[in-house]
Design a protein around this ligand. Sequence first.
Ligand SMILES: *[C@@H]1O[C@H](CO)[C@@H](O)[C@H](O)[C@H]1NC(C)=O
Ligand SMILES: *[C@@H]1O[C@H](CO)[C@@H](O)[C@H](O)[C@H]1NC(C)=O
Ligand SMILES: [Ca+2]
Length: 391
Amino acid sequence: MALKHLLTPFSGFLLACLVAFSLQIYFSPISPDPLHLPPPSHLPQNNILQKVIKLGDGVLLEPEDVDVDKDGTIYTATRDGWIKRLHKNGSWENWKKVNTDTVLGITFTKDGDLVACDTDQGLLKITEAGVTVLTSHVNGSKISKTAEKERKKEEENERGGRSKNYGVGIGVGGGGIGVGGGDDVIEGPDGSLYFSVASTKFGLHDWYLDVLEAKPHGQLLKYDPSSRETSVLLDHLGFANGVAVSKDQDYLVVCETWKCLRHWLEGKNKGKTEIFVENLPGGPDNINLAPDGSFWIALLRLTREGFEFVHTSKAAKHLVAASRKLTELVSGMRTEAMAVNVAADGKIIKKLMDPDGSVISFVTNALEFEDHLYLGSLNANFIGKLPLKDA
Ligand SMILES: *[C@@H]1O[C@H](CO)[C@@H](O)[C@H](O)[C@H]1NC(C)=O
Ligand SMILES: *[C@@H]1O[C@H](CO)[C@@H](O)[C@H](O)[C@H]1NC(C)=O
Ligand SMILES: [Ca+2]
């Protein structure tokens, strides 16, 4: 009798748990696969990135990418919707208003125009005259398919009184935005613009869900300025991000989860794609060609120490995906900064770190210019400037 009394509430509780868990999987925003983490890096830890000088401290809201024009003026896109630039005399200028917090990668073309990836609108051209959209569609459909979906979802959530935002603190805007409109861009030798789409499924605020889902939703697109057409060059990439062109302009490099691919633009292998570097000790963000022909790649620590198990368990992924707090607990971007220098043969030469993120973390870009490294970050209100003699 006593046992029966005990058992009923207990089994009821178990049943409730089971139902709740099944429902959670049923309504889960992700359909996850296991993510195989890279082997531990053999390069020693260091704190070289803690030596950065802070440029524009407090003026620059989460500057993701950095580029330099012919005159040595430094440009970045910030989360308050500006393209800001640093003149040689040390003064910052709010150069052009883009009115969106979703501009990530920027690059200068040989003609001196600034091209920017807006994850919401597509590829933008920014000149003294103003801002124009170069392309927003690929193969007849909107590049940033997620943008509209996200906005609708968020509106519904707000109406329902439960606003979900899985983004790990990126952006100040409230609107849902897609990483689908472009992440990083580079001009090829023939004037084509090559740009990456990190995820055709999840938005910028939801990008950690793409990490958890671990399915290859990324693409490399090509915009041909003469025909004004955009095509898919590479499909099914895992969170496609940084794009760069080699010193001899004979190949381009596009980065995805833990590795970068080399796609030949010229020569006997033209059109072929192969692995350039793999087993990177973090998730690659932007990549930039260095003056000596090597590359600098910013690496993200995707997982906080001790939470690696989440990537191998579907149940844990569903659980984490259901709560923004858990997502923040698991994600490691704000706990560390890392950049690597990779030779033209794909060998990792050097690793620079802020191992506890105490000075800079979430470094998304490393650009070498005049013997310094310029570091963008989605968790800083400055650009880090590191004298390379200290590296
Ligand atoms: C710095 O240079 C820019 C561009 O030439 C100029 O507009 C600005 O007024 C200068 N600022 C100072 C403080 O000299
Ligand atoms: C582009 O669209 C056509 C027609 O809808 C389709 O057959 C083709 O597979 C698409 N190509 C890509 C790369 O999506
Ligand atoms: Ca990027």
